[in-house]
Design a protein around this ligand. Sequence first.
Ligand SMILES: Nc1ncnc2c1ncn2[C@@H]1O[C@H](COP(=O)(O)OP(=O)(O)OP(=O)(O)O)[C@@H](O)[C@H]1O
Length: 343
Amino acid sequence: MTQQAEPAGSAEAGPVVAAPVIEARGLTKRYRGGQLAVDGLDLTVPDGSVFGFLGPNGSGKTTTIRMLLGLVQPTSGSAGLFGRPMPQAARAVLPHVGALIEGPAQYGFLSGRDNLVRYDATDPTADPRTRSARVDAALERVGLAAASAKKAKAYSLGMKQRLGIAAALLRPRRLLVLDEPTNGLDPQGMREIRALVRELAAEGTTVFLSSHLLDEIEQVCTHAAVMAQGRLIVQGPVAELSAGTRGRLAVTTPDPADAARVLREHGVTGIEAGAGRVTGDLPAVTGDAGDAESTKPAEPADPADLNAALVRAGVRVRAFGVERGTLEDAFVALTGEGFDVAG
Ligand SMILES: Nc1ncnc2c1ncn2[C@@H]1O[C@H](COP(=O)(O)OP(=O)(O)OP(=O)(O)O)[C@@H](O)[C@H]1O
């Protein structure tokens, strides 16, 4: 008998060799009220990445995630997971995806363990005979084994969030999608979630997490995409995105006024001269940071030339360096706005 083509309902995601884990092309969502929540989004999430989906509140992150998971129908454009189209391939693909969107739904009167048992029981493909072992492994995985008998209502927010992640990890996942996983957590809770994300990534799970916190993305993500008002501003490896900013020149000198003058003459802008220290923005020689599609860093002037100019002008330089740009600098440079986390 010849091999049948894989049925749409198969648990296998099919051949996945080089396909990005998530791919969106021109993905757009206009809600019925007319609100354009996501506008022509092109997104590529590489296999094995920890991908930060960054944007202020209301920038369209949750709507995008819902479209990627097949929970919301796009107005236009396409979304794919593991090279398969969504929502058409949802039944085949979603068993490989764990998701935690808008906080975990839990029963406070049940223990953490019983919450997971209940959750596992709602999965028709989960073998009841191995349920107990699966639940214990998930609790262990998120560091809740010792607190597993406690009622969920007695959990801290961070523990509740980890219980939600444990639910998403009851079966092996190739992709974990976390919508604002550290929202509302205290610094310790945030650290725990970050550590967990790093561990999962080290085990080979691709993690896609949304956040409105720039430093969080810098700390934990290998790649990022930045959204503002429903549109993609930039995406790429985090190191390249922050390198794309020119960085800030910092000169320690007993002659700040002279240093400021010489630097200004050599094209340095945004100069701030204080007691014994002058900072400024390196002039760009070439570059295309203004291109929203580009992740290529702008080419800054060679700081060594500026240092030489200072020395030639008789300015005494005690320390000279370029402070690395941050993702926040990149966001400000690309949008001309501050990264507003309010709301
Ligand atoms: N069901 C809906 N109907 C109409 N408009 C909506 C709906 N859901 C979201 N929006 C609007 O779409 C825009 C994007 O919202 P979305 O929740 O996707 O953004 P977000 O970046 O996830 O923000 P947040 O972090 O606040 O959830 C917002 O202006 C929001 O008010």
